[in-house]
Design a protein around this ligand. Structure first.
Ligand SMILES: Nc1ncnc2c1ncn2[C@@H]1O[C@H](COP(=O)(O)OP(=O)(O)OP(=O)(O)O)[C@@H](O)[C@H]1O
Ligand SMILES: Nc1ncnc2c1ncn2[C@@H]1O[C@H](COP(=O)(O)OP(=O)(O)OP(=O)(O)O)[C@@H](O)[C@H]1O
Ligand SMILES: [Mg+2]
Ligand SMILES: [Mg+2]
Lengths: 227, 227
């Protein structure tokens, strides 16, 4: 469902070139649960942004659900994202002026879901991540870990084919992390494909495959028994 | 150096009252290294904001370095913060339009330090956190962990009496976390008072005292042998 061939992402700052991705090839089959690890600055978020159709590689090819992504227009990309992907951003990217429920409803608004069903599904997703008592809070009325959980609820409310999560437990205490990973496990067993960036071995242990990145390249890629 | 008596922080959302702090008393002596832990939403960042003079409690008293903070004007508070405190925010709070070096120079600009010395000290702080090759990058040209390290460099560049760090290793891989904690340990041994919020036991292990919060209260407060 994810096929990346030789992706390079290069930035020019002044006359210094930084290769955030330096020739990455990756194939993820439907239904896999993959963890991506690696040092700070090794290219994990850049790779996630390419997979999530949020960023175009400088060179290389990317196909999502069989469709080559490189040629598509901005609205076609937005469409593909809404149909297939759920994305938990490393820095959450919530809308500051709207409540938790409204933030979580957003993918459903885009997808044309009716107002009553939208609210029911958004509330249900927020309850799943333990935020039933924070529905009408805006992001600046929420703790860091609560904001992260709103971002998670928003990523799963559309029942995406592929869930992409960049450090989804970074701001969570261990008990809440376990609850979120149990939720991901449940979604995976129901058929979702999951790619998660994490620094924490305890979180990576839930995956069936671990990819380690270094300096914009894939260092290792191996299967494991998920916890 | 930190004396909090019975602090309450109460928010009214609609007609629901949320007590982010529900009667917290705390005394930290100069030269201590304290770790604050607790579940997501338990009041850790709220407590840090009160200690950092960024937020006034609804009721209760706070004295920093012997001076009662409650009566002070906004500019007097800004002054006290610049003189005594370094703050690493949970969400970094970097200035988006300026480079890493300029962000780190900010406390020195406020403190009236000359331009040449400012740049030298900012560069030196950034090199200490491993960002010597990212000096002229703006925040959106940095990875999550790199942004966090810029926030750390900014907090220590002024050689504050008290370093307050809210989840300073949240976005860092284990190797970089160890480097940052070793830096904090070095600063502590040279006399800095450090209060750090963390979810990670490995990070809390560096402290000499652990405070656990729950539902806006202090659940436990005990000394330990620092690692
Ligand atoms: N402006 C606000 N209005 C209403 N409630 C608020 C506001 N700010 C914080 N809260 C609530 O206060 C509680 C404590 O928040 P705080 O940010 O201190 O938690 P925390 O311990 O830092 O959590 P985390 O580990 O997730 O960062 C949370 O339940 C939050 O929803
Ligand atoms: N817009 C940009 N311009 C220049 N360099 C960039 C830009 N965006 C990212 N980089 C660089 O690309 C590299 C990879 O960044 P990326 O965000 O993918 O790292 P990461 O593995 O997610 O790190 P972390 O674990 O800290 O989040 C970093 O060294 C970063 O400085
Ligand atoms: Mg990242
Ligand atoms: Mg917090």
């Amino acid at each position: 469902v994810i096929q990346i061939d030789d992706a390079v992402k290069s930035y020019l700052t002044g006359d210094v070139e930084v290769r955030a991705l330096d020739g990455v090839s990756l194939r993820v089959e439907e239904g896999e649960f993959v963890a991506i690890m690696g040092a700070s600055g090794s290219g994990k978020s850049t790779l996630m942004n390419v997979i999530g159709c949020l960023d175009k590689p400088t060179s290389g090819q990317y196909a999502l659900a069989g469709q080559v992504v490189s040629g598509l227009s901005r609205s076609e990309l937005a469409d593909i994202r809404n149909r297939f992907l759920g994305f938990v951003f490393q820095q959450f990217n919530l809308l500051a002026r709207t409540t938790a429920v409204e933030n979580v409803e957003l993918p459903l608004v885009y997808g044309g879901v009716g107002s009553r069903e939208r609210t029911e599904r958004a509330v249900s997703a927020l309850v799943k991540v333990g935020l039933g008592s924070r529905l009408d809070h805006k992001p600046n009325q929420l703790s860091g870990g609560q904001q992260q959980r709103v971002a998670i609820a928003r990523a799963i409310v559309n029942r995406p084919k592929v869930l992409l999560a960049d450090e989804p437990t970074g701001a969570l205490d261990s008990k809440t992390s376990v609850e979120v990973m149990a939720l991901f496990q449940e979604l995976w067993r129901a058929g979702m494909t999951i790619v998660i960036v994490t620094h924490e071995p305890d979180v990576a242990a839930y995956a069936a495959r671990i990819i380690v990145m270094r300096d914009g390249k894939v260092l290792s890629d191996r299967a494991q028994n998920p916890a």
